[in-house]
Design a protein around this ligand. Structure first.
Ligand SMILES: *[C@@H]1O[C@H](CO)[C@@H](O)[C@H](O)[C@H]1NC(C)=O
Ligand SMILES: *[C@@H]1O[C@H](CO)[C@@H](O)[C@H](O)[C@H]1NC(C)=O
Ligand SMILES: *[C@@H]1O[C@H](CO)[C@@H](O)[C@H](O)[C@H]1NC(C)=O
Ligand SMILES: *[C@@H]1O[C@H](CO)[C@@H](O)[C@H](O)[C@H]1NC(C)=O
Ligand SMILES: *[C@@H]1O[C@H](CO)[C@@H](O)[C@H](O)[C@H]1NC(C)=O
Length: 438
C-alpha cells in the first residue's frame, strides 16, 4: 500500500506547473496564537507549537463579510509519518514562513476577484494532519505528538470573533482546498451553528474524495482514511447524523457520506479527473503492478483507450455521488463546478479562478460560477462533458513542464528578501510555489 507519508507530498506538490508569473500577488503576514492561549485550549500543531493564520481585513461593503480558507496538504495516519510531518511546515508553526501570498478567491483586487475582493479573507494554516478534525495525543514517554485539529479550528475561530467575525451579519463563507476541502464537509454545519446571525455557505475545492476501489480492486483510500481517523481520534468529531447511519462510522470522513446530512448551502468545486485522487485512490503505485500508468498520470492526452475508460468510470462515480447527495436537484441550494481539467485545487490560483483564459463551463469562469451561486444570481450546477470534450485543453493550465525543469521568476522584494515564484516538477509531480528568499 502507498505510504500515508507519500500522500502529503503528493497533495502539497500537485499544483499548477504553468510558467511562474509575478502578477496578482499580495503578501499577508501570519498571526500566531499566543502560546499561553493555545496551550490553555490544547490547540497545538503536531509538534506542540501554537497554530496560526493569515488575515487580510475586509473593507467597504465587504467589511462584515468573511472567507475562511483551510490550507490543504495531505494527511498523516501513522506515527512515523506524523513525526516527519511534525518537523515540516505542515506540522509546526516554527517552520512556517511569516508571509503568505493571497491570490484567486483570496485576492484583494476587484478585477481579479470581483465578488469577494473586499471581504475579510483568512487562510488557516494546516498543521494537524487530519483535516482540522482530530482530537488526541500520542505519548509513549519518549515521543510526543499532538492530534488537535479540531481544537486548532475552534481556537482560531475564538481568536477571530473579536476581530470582527462575531459581527459577520449578513454573509460568511467557509472554504478551502484538498485536505482543507475535506475539512469543509466536516465543519460546515457546526460553523453555521456558531454564527447564528450570519448567513453561512460552504464551498469545498478539490475535497470531494470518493470512497472508490483502486484499479486492483483494493480499498486503498478507505484504508488510508481509516488509519487517519483511528490514529488522530477523528471519529468522535464526525457528524453523528452520519456516523449513526453507517455500518462503519469512520467512513463519514468521506464527503459523499457526510454531505447527505449537511443542511448549510454547499458548493462542490472539483475536477472530474482530479490529479490527486487519480494518484492516491484510483491508481496508487501499489496497484500499478505493470508500471503502465506513469505517463497517463502526468497527462490525460497520453492515456490509452483502456486507461481513459477507467477514468470515465471514476468521473461517473463522482457524478453519481453528487446526485445521491441531492446537491444536483433542481431548486436545491447546492451548486457545483465539475470540470474536466486534469487538476487539483482551483480557487486560489489566479489563472484558474478568474482570468481571460481560465477554465470555463458554459462560458463561466469558476469565479463567476461561485459568485452566481453565492449571491443566488442563478442556479449553478455546472458539469463539463467528459474528456476529451469539454473545457478546451489550453484553458486547463495543466501542461506539466519536462521532468526536473524548474523555472524561477523574481517578483519583487519584502525588506531585503526577494519574492520568488517557482514552477517545476518534483518526483514527477508538477508544482508552483511562491516564497521569500534572502
Ligand atoms: C488589479 O489587477 C489588474 C489586472 O491584473 C491590474 O491591472 C491592476 O493594476 C491591479 N490593481 C491593483 C490595485 O493592484
Ligand atoms: C515511542 O515511539 C517512538 C515512535 O514510534 C519509538 O521510536 C520509541 O521507541 C517509542 N518509545 C518507547 C519507550 O516505546
Ligand atoms: C491488494 O491488497 C492486498 C492486501 O493489502 C495486497 O496483498 C495486494 O497486493 C493488493 N493488490 C493490488 C492489486 O494492489
Ligand atoms: C463568453 O464570455 C465572455 C465574457 O466573459 C464574452 O466576452 C464572450 O462573448 C462569451 N462568449 C460566448 C460564446 O458567449
Ligand atoms: C536582512 O535584514 C535583517 C533585518 O532587517 C537582518 O537581520 C539581516 O542580516 C539582513 N540580511 C541580509 C542578507 O542583509
Amino acid at each position: 500500500m502507498m505510504k500515508v507519508k507519500d500522500i502529503a507530498l503528493a497533495s502539497v506538490l500537485v499544483l499548477l506547473a504553468s510558467a511562474p508569473s509575478c502578477i496578482h500577488m499580495q503578501l499577508v503576514r501570519r498571526t500566531q496564537l499566543p502560546n499561553s492561549h493555545a496551550a490553555a485550549l490544547g490547540a497545538l500543531c503536531l509538534d506542540g507549537s501554537p497554530p496560526s493564520y493569515h488575515l487580510h481585513k475586509g473593507f467597504g461593503s465587504g467589511a462584515n463579510n468573511w472567507i475562511l480558507f483551510f490550507e490543504g496538504g495531505g494527511w498523516c495516519g501513522d506515527i512515523s509519518s506524523c513525526l516527519d510531518r511534525a518537523k515540516s511546515v505542515l506540522g509546526s508553526s516554527h517552520r512556517m514562513r511569516k508571509w503568505a501570498l493571497f491570490s484567486g478567491i483570496l485576492s484583494n483586487n476587484a478585477s481579479l476577484n470581483p465578488d469577494f475582493y473586499n471581504w475579510n479573507r483568512v487562510k488557516l494554516r494546516y498543521c494537524d494532519g487530519a483535516s482540522f478534525a482530530g482530537d488526541g495525543i500520542f505519548d509513549n514517554g519518549t515521543t510526543l505528538l499532538y492530534f488537535r485539529g479540531k481544537r486548532i479550528w475552534q481556537a482560531i475561530i475564538l481568536d477571530l470573533l473579536p476581530k470582527g467575525l462575531a459581527n459577520a451579519h449578513q454573509v460568511s463563507l467557509l472554504l478551502c482546498c484538498s485536505a482543507g476541502g475535506l475539512a469543509t464537509f466536516l465543519h460546515c454545519d457546526s460553523f453555521a451553528r456558531m454564527l447564528p446571525k450570519a448567513s453561512v455557505k460552504c464551498l469545498s475545492d478539490a475535497g470531494f474524495f470518493l470512497d472508490i476501489k483502486d484499479i486492483g480492486l483494493n480499498h486503498t483510500i478507505r484504508s488510508i482514511f481509516e488509519a487517519i481517523v483511528s490514529l488522530q481520534g477523528v471519529e468522535r468529531n464526525l457528524d453523528p447524523r452520519c456516523t449513526k447511519s453507517m455500518y462503519d462510522p469512520k467512513l463519514c470522513f468521506f464527503p459523499e457520506y457526510s454531505l447527505k446530512h449537511i443542511k448549510t448551502p454547499f458548493f462542490v468545486l472539483n475536477s472530474a479527473y482530479d490529479t490527486v485522487q487519480f494518484r492516491i485512490s484510483l491508481v496508487p503505485s501499489s496497484a500499478d503492478v505493470g508500471r503502465t500508468w506513469g505517463v497517463c498520470k502526468h497527462d490525460l492526452e497520453a492515456c490509452d483507450a483502456d486507461q481513459i475508460a477507467v477514468l470515465q468510470v471514476f468521473r461517473h462515480d463522482m457524478l453519481k455521488a453528487l446526485i445521491k447527495s441531492s446537491l444536483l436537484k433542481d431548486k436545491h441550494s447546492g451548486g457545483t463546478f465539475i470540470n474536466s481539467c486534469h487538476t487539483h485545487c482551483q480557487s486560489n490560483e489566479q489563472e484558474l479562478w478568474f482570468a481571460v483564459n481560465s477554465p470555463r463551463i458554459n462560458n463561466k469562469t469558476i469565479a463567476e460560477a461561485v459568485g452566481d451561486w453565492y449571491f443566488s444570481r442563478r442556479e449553478t450546477k455546472e458539469i463539463d462533458c467528459e474528456f476529451p470534450c469539454g473545457t478546451p485543453r489550453r484553458t486547463c493550465h495543466r501542461l506539466l513542464p519536462p521532468p526536473q525543469a524548474t523555472k524561477y521568476a523574481k517578483c519583487g522584494s519584502v525588506g531585503n528578501k526577494t519574492l520568488v515564484s517557482e514552477a517545476g516538477t518534483h518526483g514527477g509531480i508538477g508544482f508552483n510555489k511562491d516564497y521569500l528568499r534572502a
